[in-house]
Design a protein around this ligand. Structure first.
Ligand code: NAP
Ligand code: G4F
Length: 336
């Protein structure tokens, strides 16, 4: 039985990846940092089948101890301070975790288990002020936030360790991917959660920043399959993972409100607090290499994603309130 070691197990991607690898017959070890209120909610469905190891990307010795203890075959380095907006408020912390944290993991691998297969969670934020559209593996990086800068550092550190030490190290340059498990600070989940609160009368408004920003949004459940395929390939390489479509925040709002029979223009207000000092205006990925070499394809399209997220947030409210106060509910929801 192969052992997979996942940093960031409590996050969106960590939870989907843990479920996927368990289904594939892996033993899964997840790394969690110490917290006064530890959250295992996202991977609750498989909690009893995941072994937890306590460690932190800021603490080199904890990483080495865990790798020595569990001797993994595959490592997925998903842990990061991953919220772009916060990276402007906490640039040093973000650099330390999201940038240097990758170097700490790579050093731990080099010293403890150099034959392991290593996945680094790189990001389309590295393209930032894009130099070409669509963006592919060869597109130059031009990050627009401390988060993006830190991800570029982690990305090149991974390439450098592959070239220097012949390590099986891959970077997945993943475009935005979402799900009902997405944190509520990210725009998609903020929208789906607010739609549900508005329908059930908890809130009257949704305050957002730049409605014209465009993203290539996919479903997290599709994207974690690509991570696994990268580590099963014959050679370690970097891959763009994206849907090949781009939509605006405004369009996400339009479809999300339409799902419950409401017009987003009646509820959405623009609030300068949610704008960023520098913005990434457009992302659109070309995943041709992953499709050809890994046989990877996304299954959920943009409308399917929006509706899945809105429905999940509606279902949670429906279980509490029974009746909506505005709009209507999709037929597929279940009254308990
Ligand atoms: P997420 O939900 O924000 O999860 C981040 C994870 O990192 C959490 O488990 C968090 O633990 C952990 N973490 C934070 N600081 C840590 C530290 N110092 N030591 C150990 N663990 C720490 O992120 P995600 O959406 O699942 O994304 C997974 C990875 O992919 C991240 O690296 C992200 O930057 C990258 N990425 C995401 C996307 C996307 O659209 N989702 C796209 C491209 C790349 P706590 O629960 O303790 O906070
Ligand atoms: O949902 P977001 O916060 O995601 P962002 O900045 O694109 O970053 C996410 O995707 C990256 C991949 O490209 C990951 F690497 C990263 O870890 C993270 O998962 O914002 C999306 C867009 C931005 O242009 C933002 O300015 O939505 C715009 N936006 C408009 N109003 C807002 C809001 N974003 C947030 N979070 N909140 C708003 O009220």
């Amino acid at each position: 039985m192969k052992t997979a070691f996942i940093t960031g197990i409590t996050g969106q991607d960590g939870s989907y990846l843990a479920e996927h690898l368990l289904e594939q017959g892996y033993k899964v070890v997840g790394m969690m940092r110490r917290s006064a209120t530890p959250s295992t909610a996202r991977f609750a469905a498989v909690e009893d089948r995941v072994e937890i190891g306590h460690g932190d990307l800021l603490d080199q010795s904890s990483l080495m101890r865990l790798l020595d203890e569990h001797k993994p075959d595959e490592i997925y380095n998903l842990a990061a301070q991953s919220f772009v907006h916060s990276s402007f408020h906490e640039p040093i912390h973000t650099s330390d975790v999201t940038g240097l944290g990758v170097m700490r993991m790579l050093e731990a691998v080099r010293l403890v288990c150099p034959k392991v297969r290593f996945y680094q969670a790189s990001s389309s934020e590295m393209f930032g002020e894009v130099h070409e559209t669509p963006q592919r593996e060869t597109t130059p990086f031009h990050p627009r936030s401390p988060y993006g800068v830190a991800k570029v550092y982690g990305h090149w550190a991974t390439v450098n360790y592959r070239e220097s030490y012949d390590m099986f190290a891959c970077s997945g340059i993943l475009f935005n991917h979402e799900s009902p498990r997405r944190g509520k600070e990210f725009v998609t989940r903020k929208i789906s959660d607010h739609v549900a609160s508005i329908v059930f009368g908890e809130k009257d408004q949704l305050a957002l920043g730049n409605l014209d920003a465009r993203r290539d949004w996919g479903f997290a459940g599709d994207y974690i399959r690509a991570m696994h395929l990268m580590l099963l390939a014959d050679t370690p390489e970097d891959y763009v993972i994206s849907t090949g479509t781009t939509e605006s925040v405004r369009e996400f709002c339009r479809i999300a409100f339409e799902r419950v029979g409401l017009n987003y223009e009646d509820y959405v207000v623009v609030d300068p607090r949610f704008f960023r000092p520098a913005e990434v205006e457009l992302l659109l990925g070309d995943a041709a290499k992953a499709k050809e070499k890994l046989g990877w394809e996304p299954e959920v399209d943009f409308r399917g994603l929006v509706e899945m997220m809105v429905d999940a947030d509606l279902q949670t409210r429906l279980d509490m309130y029974k009746e909506p106060t505005r709009g209507f509910l999709p037929d597929t929801l279940k009254v308990s």
